[in-house]
Design a protein around this ligand. Structure first.
Ligand code: ATP
Length: 374
């Protein structure tokens, strides 16, 4: 596009469009096979195609990650979800080579991770991609502040500066006043906040969360989920989040990679996964999700007649069906889907109910999944 001097592109737009084209992580044809002579499995089409049990009995190998490709975009929360044993942890550990991949390519900001030497890898793990673990990994004899400052200490940051930075992130995760406690004097949720603060202290480009909240009780877990959403909203940091919990994935994820037996069976937004499951497995997985809380009004929208376009309550295009139901119920008329003053269409009670019932077009269970660039 040719730009005339009179129509400059605002700097914020330039930054966003450039950023959105550079993936933080780019994964292509990734395999991780555990067991003897594991390298031969991805190379041999016959072995590569075997179901898990048969592969194990024929070769003694387990293919934890099988031919997986995806990009993690800058600023998104990318969730890796699947049942226990589906390969989530192995996949995410391969990103920084905490587990060595068997085959495939991984790039971070365009740099080949598999070609990195030890120094570069250490730099990747310490500065660029910090991990938050389920079991906190806190040092029991150190205070909250010193635990948080630990990552900075490893980096060689001076004492005064690391204490100052640690103090700031401790406040950010809501632990002000607890700086001098030891981990044993904290609740599970507070310990997880320390783990989060420690990862944040090194100001990484991307945070990798390995089921960080699965040991927490439901109320504290919800608090922590909200904390992550808040931090993400405030900082826009890229996050990769492993969970086996579908509602957590739907709540946190901009996009979700759903894994089964080492493969990504669907990659898409929560709305795509719930509205257009790729196969019977995904359909079964999302069967009990309250669709109206995930699907947006776009699913139920139709063209407005001339009279409808002029009045009625307004909802945004990314409003959920549930929000539109409330607006329609209050007004007693269809709601208009408005985008910057323009009426895109309307949603009426029949269409909204159709989404809830799972009979609306586009929400149909057999619908084709929308194609995602993976
Ligand atoms: N070091 C290992 N040696 C052999 N097999 C392994 C090893 N680590 C993982 N596996 C196997 O690889 C598969 C994927 O394991 P992984 O831990 O990645 O799954 P997960 O989805 O993270 O499970 P969970 O939710 O239970 O943590 C499983 O079948 C597991 O038994």
């Amino acid at each position: 596009m040719t730009m005339t001097p009179t129509t400059p592109v605002p700097p914020s737009t330039q930054a966003t469009s450039a950023a959105s084209t550079t993936p933080v992580f780019s994964v292509e044809g990734l395999w991780k096979v555990f067991g003897p002579k594991s390298e031969r499995v991805p190379l041999d089409p016959e072995l590569a195609a075997l179901p898990a049990a048969e592969l194990r009995s024929r070769t003694g190998c387990t293919a934890a990650v099988r031919d997986v490709s995806f990009d993690v975009r800058k600023g998104e929360v990318f969730v890796v979800m699947g049942l226990s044993g589906s390969g989530k942890s192995t996949l995410v550990r391969c990103l920084t080579r905490l587990i060595e991949p068997t085959a495939g390519a991984i790039a971070v900001d365009g740099e080949d991770v598999r070609a990195m030497d030890r120094t570069r890898l250490r730099e990747l793990r310490r500065h660029r991609a910090a991990m938050v673990f389920q079991h906190f990994g806190l040092l029991p004899h150190r205070t909250v502040l010193d635990n948080v400052a630990y990552g900075l200490e490893i980096q060689g940051v001076g004492k005064a500066e690391r204490r100052e930075r640690a103090r700031a992130v401790v406040a950010k995760v809501g632990l002000e006043g607890m700086e001098h406690r030891r981990p044993g004097q904290l609740s599970g949720g507070q310990r997880q906040r320390v783990g989060l603060a420690r990862a944040l202290a090194v100001d990484p480009e991307v945070l990798l969360f390995d089921e960080p909240f699965s040991a927490l009780d439901p109320l504290i877990r919800r608090d922590m989920q909200e904390e992550v959403i808040r931090l993400h909203r405030e900082e826009g940091r890229t996050m990769v989040f492993i969970t086996h919990d579908l509602s957590e994935a739907l709540k946190l994820g901009d996009r979700i990679a759903l894994m089964r037996d080492g493969r990504v069976v669907q990659l898409g937004t929560p709305e795509e996964i719930v509205g257009s499951p790729a196969d019977d497995y995904v359909r079964e997985f999302v069967r009990d999700v309250p669709r109206e809380q995930v699907l947006t009004v776009r699913t139920a929208m139709r063209a407005a007649t001339a009279s409808e376009a002029g009045h009625g309550p307004a909802v945004a295009p990314d409003a959920t069906v549930s929000e539109a139901i409330e607006a329609v119920a209050r007004a007693g008329t269809p709601a208009r889907v408005m985008d910057r003053g323009r009426c895109l269409g309307v949603v009426d009670p029949a269409a909204l109910l159709g989404v809830v019932a799972g009979t609306a077009p586009g929400a149909a269970t057999g619908a084709e999944p929308r194609k995602e660039a993976v």
